[in-house]
Structure formats: C-alpha cells, structure tokens
Write a protein that binds this ligand. Sequence first.
Ligand code: HEC
Length: 138
Amino acid sequence: MRPNIWVYCCISLALAGCLSDNYTIKKRQYASQGRLVYQKQCVNCHQDDGNGYARLYPPLHHALQSKPLDLVCLILEGRRGSVVIDGESYTLPMPAFGHLKDDELAKLLTYLYNTWGQEGPLVGVDEVEKQTRACRSK
Ligand code: HEC
C-alpha cells in the first residue's frame, strides 16, 4: 500500500510547528538575557523605554530601523558624538563597549529588536561573531 500523502503532510507540519516553537523560545530567552545586558550597560543613558535622556542621550528608535548587525560596530567602537535625530542634535560621545562578548551582543540585539512594541528577529551568536571580526579587522 502507498503511504498516504496526508500522513507526510501532517508530519512535516508538526515538525515545522516544533521548529518555530524552538525559535520563539530561544528568541524569548535571548531577549530576557539581553535585557540584563541593556540594564547593566545602556540603561543609564538610553533609559528603560529606549527614548534616551533629555538632549544628552538619543532615543534608539531611529537606529533600530537599520538591521541588527549594522549596530555591532557602533556598539563595540562607540561614536564620537554628533548625530541629529528627530531634529535634535546630540553631541556627547557614546562610549565603546569592546568588552562585550559575542553572545552578550547577540542577546542585547535580540532584546533591542523585540522590545518597545517591536517583533524582530532572533539575532544569532554566529552572525554576530562574523560581524565583530569584520569590525575589529577594519
Ligand atoms: C554614557 C552614555 C551612554 C551609554 C552607557 C550608552 N550610550 Fe548609546 N549613545 C550615547 C550617545 C551620547 C549617543 C549619540 C552619539 C552619536 O551617535 O554620535 C549614543 C548613540 C547610540 C546609538 C545610535 C543612535 C542613532 O540613531 O544614531 C545606538 C544604537 C546606541 N547608542 C546604542 C547603545 C547601546 C546598545 C548601549 C549599551 C551597550 C549604549 N548605547 C550605551 C550614549 C550612551
């Protein structure tokens, strides 16, 4: 007897469901661990709501429109300080966070992109590792 195509269908659907569940669980784990990194390293300036502080520290929503990996070099190297966001100019420098490990960065980025009403991707350690290597060899 031929195996029923529907049986294959059901199995693949169940597997796909399972995989996406793992993805979601891992993303939630990363985001909650990333929150700790944010609270320790970033919250003083960019605040709990990511809106920054007065005219000193900028909000993050503008930067979060770019892809997560695009922020890796910025976080590792800091910035000299001259950026205009929503018509406000911010002139203080952003410190460098070169001491952050690839997994901390991946979790931090997952947190940033899945908070404040956003539903973004899970940022993997492997992709961050490639990017940090690229930043460091610049
Ligand atoms: C001592 C205060 C301070 C801390 C701590 C800090 N930042 Fe910043 N950050 C700044 C300032 C000031 C700027 C604006 C400098 C610039 O972009 O030229 C900035 C800019 C940024 C930008 C770019 C914003 C834009 O739209 O151009 C991002 C993204 C960012 N910070 C993320 C982080 C993350 C993530 C952390 C924690 C790892 C962090 N910052 C910690 C002060 C801080």
